[in-house]
Design a protein around this ligand. Structure first.
Ligand SMILES: Cc1cc2nc3c(=O)[nH]c(=O)nc-3n(C[C@H](O)[C@H](O)[C@H](O)COP(=O)(O)OP(=O)(O)OC[C@H]3O[C@@H](n4cnc5c(N)ncnc54)[C@H](O)[C@@H]3O)c2cc1C
Length: 459
């Protein structure tokens, strides 16, 4: 089946915003600057919501695809919630942060407290807490799930300006945990915390010949695991982390609690890295050999095992404008999906300049999470922008074709990334889809927190 799709948007290379508000990748204008409201307190947020005519779209760091954030019509308001930030309270095993707090600030506070979240981090921390929850942002590890699964209470300003706290015991909590910004404006989130642990992450480069069975095994055998699959080279770079032994933990402490690199570097990935760089250079034409897209691949060169806290080991990404597609499929289907992707790769020899990122999570409680109710393996696909803001034809063809393969295997797309909505039958994919819609009708009867994209999903 081939569904006609619109091209992925080019990005602006200008640093001037002009009369518009842009998303982070600068590949979409999302609102006229005149429609922007920037409350810095919950009371101001209430006023912004209750006094605005028309509809409202909420934003955090604007790292999602433009259609998720853009206003539907002139007269609607864009409410930037990044002004609501900071630590609001702590207990022995929880923290409450304002919704617009950057994840980096959350992790820094927790680290200083000797605590961490029971959900492992994603690759970067420049998202806001509310934005991350709203899209099901996740890290890796079968014994945990998305960030929203660490939430205990979500506090929201509703469309009439009133404030509501929804806690874990409330029947609507699984809707609020991943709300796509259509239920209310999240002003604060209380998160469960656990004592910080130190991990040793063992890195390896292995053949992809048995990836079908090895992928679930790595994830079952280790608390946290992540892998990058280079199909052109038939190679997988695997990270497997478990709690550090006493010797590693003491060595990390002696190093001042900074990420500790072990032993001799391995060159096992270097040839593969070079091949990916050649493709990337051809596609992006970036002249600066040390620019961010190149660095995201170069970091696999001369790798070493490491010891550090969960944020030091896993939250080390380099945020680079890109088109990223990430599709979660049930882990029990991992073998057949990997086999299908291998068959498709061998047949079509798609053009790739970044490996397929493989991360698993345990089941999520959130009704609209791609990992709702099931252990899930996420296949992440990345294409970087060229110097002039365009995307290579080969890269776009690769994304489309790979997404079709993944969708055909029951894939559920990451809400904050790019996907072709016509490929998915939402109601069939999400057993609680209509329950979510009913909660939305209760919390926002006028569907004020909406835009064209969410109308297309729900109405
Ligand atoms: C370079 C890069 C790396 C990434 N890495 C990962 C990763 O490792 N793991 C992963 O799972 N995802 C990852 N993502 C996806 C990212 O986590 C999501 O797009 C996330 O939503 C971004 O948060 P934000 O603060 O930018 O939210 P925005 O993009 O601003 O908003 C996202 C959604 O949240 C809603 N929203 C925002 N603020 C509020 C509020 N206060 N109340 C209610 N709703 C609100 C918006 O309406 C929208 O629906 C990555 C994205 C990029 C660009």
């Amino acid at each position: 089946m081939s569904i006609p799709v619109a091209p992925y948007p080019p990005r602006s290379t200008s640093t001037e915003d002009g009369p518009d508000v842009w998303n982070w990748a600068r590949n979409s204008t999302i609102a006229p600057a005149s429609s922007l409201l920037r409350p810095t307190t919950e009371t101001q947020l209430q006023e912004a919501v209750s006094s605005s005519p028309g509809r409202l779209r909420l934003t955090g760091a604007r790292m999602s695809a433009g259609r998720m954030l853009e206003l539907a019509s002139a007269g609607d308001r864009l409410v930037d919630t990044t002004g609501l930030r900071g630590l609001l309270g702590t207990t022995e095993d929880s923290v409450t942060f304002a919704g617009g707090t950057l994840l980096q600030d959350v992790y820094d506070v927790l680290t200083a407290m000797g605590r961490m979240l029971p959900s492992s981090p994603g690759v970067i921390a420049s998202q806001t807490l509310a934005g991350a929850l709203a899209t099901g942002t996740h890290g890796q590890g079968l014994r945990q799930s998305s960030l929203g699964d660490a939430a205990l209470t979500v506090r929201m300003v509703l469309a009439d300006g009133s404030v509501v706290d929804v806690d874990r015991h409330h029947p609507w909590f699984p809707a609020v945990q991943l709300g796509l910004g259509v239920l209310g404006a999240v002003s604060a989130v209380t998160l469960r915390t656990v004592p910080s642990r130190v991990y040793t992450c063992v890195k390896d480069a292995v053949s992809a010949h048995d990836l079908e069975t090895a992928l679930p095994a790595w994830n079952r055998d280790h608390e946290l695991s992540k892998a990058w699959w280079f199909p052109d080279e038939d190679l997988v770079h695997v990270w497997s982390a478990r709690e550090a032994d006493e010797a590693d933990r003491l060595a990390w402490e002696r190093g001042g609690g900074r990420l500790l690199e072990h032993g001799t570097a391995s060159a096992a990935m270097n040839r593969t890295v070079d091949a990916a760089l050649v493709n990337m250079r051809g596609d992006t034409r970036l002249a600066d050999g040390d620019s961010k897209p190149y660095r995201t691949v170069k970091r696999f060169r001369d790798f070493t095992d490491v010891t550090g806290d969960v944020y030091q080991v896993f939250c080390r990404g380099i945020a680079t404008p890109q088109i990223n597609v990430e599709i979660g499929v049930p882990l029990e289907r991992a073998g057949e999906v990997v086999a299908s992707l291998k068959e498709w790769h061998a047949r079509t020899r798609p053009h790739m300049h970044y490996p397929v990122i493989l991360r698993c999570t345990g089941p999520s409680n959130a009704w609209l999470s791609p990992s709702q109710g099931q252990e899930t393996v996420y296949f992440g696909l990345v294409v970087y922008y060229a110097d002039d803001g365009t995307l290579s034809e080969g890269g776009m063809d690769f994304l489309r074709a790979a997404e079709e393969v993944l969708a055909a295997h029951g894939g559920r797309p990451h809400w904050g990334k790019y996907f072709e909505a016509p490929l998915y039958d939402w109601r069939a994919l999400y057993p609680r889809w209509d329950d979510f819609r009913r909660v939305r009708d209760q919390l926002d009867p006028g569907h004020r927190f909406a835009n064209t994209f969410t109308d297309g999903l729900f109405d």
